[in-house]
Design a protein around this ligand. Structure first.
Ligand code: NAD
Length: 265
């Protein structure tokens, strides 16, 4: 149902972003993926997206800490196929107490998790409005809704992302129509998802309980995620796909938890 559409997925070289890119490609969208990684990792990601069914797949290596690099990427996209769908999924994490958090780490996390989405949105949304269809889907986190210790910049960035997404939803609420699908902006707020991002936290928890990786995972889930089950990246991608449907034209400005009832407590 996305044939003829094009999508930009940041963080598309790994984890949740790669699963989203594959799902969008499988639905027929032409894909641009942004993300860091080795040449092999990038080639494997592009191959996976093409194999999923994307009519085309390109990689952009823009470092999202650089506004200039984001402008260059979005400029190049606008000149060829302006994205109908922008998924801001790139994210970084570092855990430390607020007083011990290096200032440079604060700057990097805010830049990648929050400012980069500001730039892609300000550059891509006007064309979406002109076309009458557009989707901005920001991968926030439960940490956009509630806090945990040792995550000051991450929690601040994700709360900010949800706030900014609401502003965009309001500003574009009247763009397009029911028939064209409208222009919407939403956040998805996952709890724990099995990806490389959380491996350091699993390892730390496993060490703390003197156990193996499985023990570390069980401990993390026991503390906050009542379902006791991790999400898989494909399960987040399924929500993204649904948001891209025309019927979702009125689902905008939302922060959708996919967290096993973490934030229901
Ligand atoms: P991941 O580490 O597998 O992927 C992160 C992606 O961001 C990679 O593609 C990486 O190249 C990209 N990236 C990082 N820094 C970049 C930079 N400076 N410039 C360009 N790209 C950069 O992580 P993931 O778990 O798939 O996370 C994806 C998103 O989901 C993040 O925003 C994360 O905060 C969010 N999230 C993850 C979980 C989880 O449990 N894994 C839970 C909630 C939210």
């Amino acid at each position: 149902f996305l044939a003829g559409r094009s999508a930009l997925v940041t963080g598309g070289t790994s984890g949740i972003g790669l699963a989203i890119a594959r799902a969008l490609g499988g639905a027929g969208a032409a894909l641009a993926i942004n993300g860091l990684g080795s040449r092999e990792q990038i080639e494997a990601a592009l191959a996976a997206v093409r194999e999923a069914g994307a009519p085309s797949a390109r990689h952009f290596g823009a470092d999202l800490t650089s506004a200039t690099a984001i402008e260059a990427m979005c400029g190049e996209l606008a000149a060829t196929a302006a994205p109908d769908i922008v998924v801001n999924c790139a994210g970084v994490q570092h855990t430390a107490a607020l007083a011990d958090m290096p200032a440079a780490t604060w700057d990097t996390i805010i830049a990648v998790n929050l400012s980069a989405a500001f730039h892609t949105m300000r550059l891509a949304m006007p064309a979406m409005a002109a076309n009458g269809y557009g989707r901005v889907i920001n991968i926030a986190s439960v940490h956009g809704l509630v806090a945990s210790v040792q995550k000051a910049p991450y929690v601040a960035s994700k709360h900010g992302l949800i706030g900014m997404t609401k502003v965009a939803a309001l500003e574009y609420a009247q763009a397009g129509s029911r028939d064209s699908g409208g222009v919407t902006a939403n956040c998805i707020c996952p709890g724990w998802v099995e990806t490389p991002l959380i491996e350091p936290q699993i390892a730390a928890r496993a060490a703390a309980v003197g156990g193996d990786r499985d023990a570390g995972v069980r401990e993390l889930l026991r503390e906050k995620q009542p379902s006791g089950r991790m999400c898989l990246p494909d399960e987040i991608a399924a929500v993204v796909l649904w948001l891209c449907r025309r019927e979702a034209h009125n689902l905008t400005g939302a922060a959708i938890p996919v967290d096993g009832a973490w934030t229901a407590q």
